[in-house]
Design a protein around this ligand. Structure first.
Ligand code: FES
Ligand SMILES: [Fe+2]
Length: 398
């Protein structure tokens, strides 16, 4: 295992040398970063937002696709455009588990094979095939595999064992590069400041965690050690998922308590990304507590729907409209994180950053990413990642 501790990191040269020659942020097709992320299942959509018989356009890692759910309940992802005359596939009809183009009625099955062309000879259809991406539902999200060959094991990471209520958040579309947010999820210190307005950073900041990070066969383990020796453990699954314990959302008034979340940061393109979150709340499904939680959740969802979108509020703060300190919103943590992440710029050269000891988890992840991307650039196989065992879980340490 490659462990980085505060003692190992003494200068910014460490990080800049790790990055030399590779772009860690881009996931465009054919780039080392794009090839790397396409080796994993990535979350692309909230499951409940794509109903049976429904088709929608999606953009993931700078490529456009159509997502649809067939009559069987299976989710499918195929090319955005029909190869006949390039009409958009999502404008058409879902028939069974197939999709029919709106323009001249060509029909494709879930593997992308054309199976009907109403105005053509029957022999033509079998010569036409569109791209089809393996896709499956897990934890209330649709995961897809955009790489070549057979996809890796599914599910791509384990979840909380035992009874719990699944809570899937409304996705957010964040106007900056995905890596900014993934790195933010590794940044335990920012919580005491970015999320303090309304509270007190002075009281939180008296006991900031000492952060360390450790590479694992499946990603990275992060530890935050408090003054009294208590350790908070958080997990980062390669290439873009953070599993961590978090407090109830701002507007939930504490109902449901702390929860375990699985947080995917999925590139739409290099300058935009999705936050796709689901979590497990420690409540017995079907219990009275679960009903109470569902009622509070519905009330919370209504308050979010009635509020200005969090991204718009964050955009105002970035533009200097309103004060960060005074901002109130049912999704306040989202506003706060987006303002700090997107406020850095859409896609930022990071050579001039002044990283310190507290940034060790970010430095460690960049080193891992740089190593893997350089291997891809050099035509080498890179690390064989494995699925994490289910007994390594996040802990709060208090
Ligand atoms: S463009 Fe799709 S059938 Fe013609
Ligand atoms: Fe945050």
């Amino acid at each position: 295992m490659n462990v980085v501790t505060p003692q190992d990191f003494s200068s910014e040269a460490d990080w800049s040398s790790a990055r030399a020659g590779v772009d860690l942020a881009t996931t465009k097709p054919g780039t080392p970063g794009g090839i790397f992320m396409r080796r994993f299942w990535v979350a692309v959509h909230r499951s409940q937002d794509i109903a049976r018989g429904e088709a929608k356009p999606i953009r993931i890692m700078s490529e456009n696709f159509t997502i649809y759910r067939g009559a069987s309940g299976a989710v499918h992802i195929v090319d955005a455009h029909c190869p006949h005359r390039f009409a958009l596939m999502h404008l058409g009809w879902v028939e069974g588990d197939d999709i029919r183009c709106v323009y001249h009625g060509w029909k494709y099955d879930g593997t992308g094979q054309c199976i009907e062309q109403p105005a053509e000879d029957s022999s033509f259809a079998r010569k036409v095939k569109i791209r089809s991406i393996p896709a499956r539902d897990y934890l209330g999200l649709v995961f897809a595999y955009f790489g070549d060959g057979e996809p890796p094991a599914f599910p791509p990471f384990p979840c909380k064992q035992g009874n719990a209520v699944l809570d899937v958040w409304v996705p957010e579309q964040v106007p900056c590069n995905w890596l900014q947010s993934y790195e933010n999820s590794m940044d335990e210190v920012h919580v005491a400041f970015t999320h303090a307005p309304g509270g007190s950073h002075a009281s939180l900041a008296v006991d900031l965690p000492k952060v360390s990070a450790e590479e694992t066969p499946w990603g990275m383990l992060r530890h935050g050690v408090r003054r009294d020796g208590k350790i908070r453990v958080s997990l980062h699954y390669a290439p873009n998922i953070t599993r961590v314990l978090v407090p109830p959302r701002t507007g939930m008034d504490g109902v449901g308590g702390w929860r375990e979340i699985y947080f995917s940061f999925t590139p739409i393109d290099d300058e935009n990304h999705l936050w796709l979150l689901s979590g497990h709340v420690d409540i017995e499904p079907g219990s009275a507590a679960a009903d109470e939680y569902a009622a509070k959740q519905a009330e919370y969802d209504r308050s979010v729907a009635a509020a200005r979108p969090a991204i718009e509020v964050a955009r105002d703060l970035i533009a200097g409209i309103g004060r960060f300190e005074d901002t109130r919103h049912p999704n306040l943590a989202v506003v706060q994180d987006v303002a700090t992440q997107a406020g850095q710029g859409r896609m930022v050269r990071r050579d001039g950053e002044r990283l310190g000891r507290s940034d060790i988890a970010i430095i460690q992840w960049r080193k891992i990413l740089a190593r893997e991307l350089r291997a891809i650039a050099d035509g080498k196989p890179g690390k064989q990642w494995s699925v994490a065992p289910s007994d390594i879980v996040p802990t709060l340490g208090f």
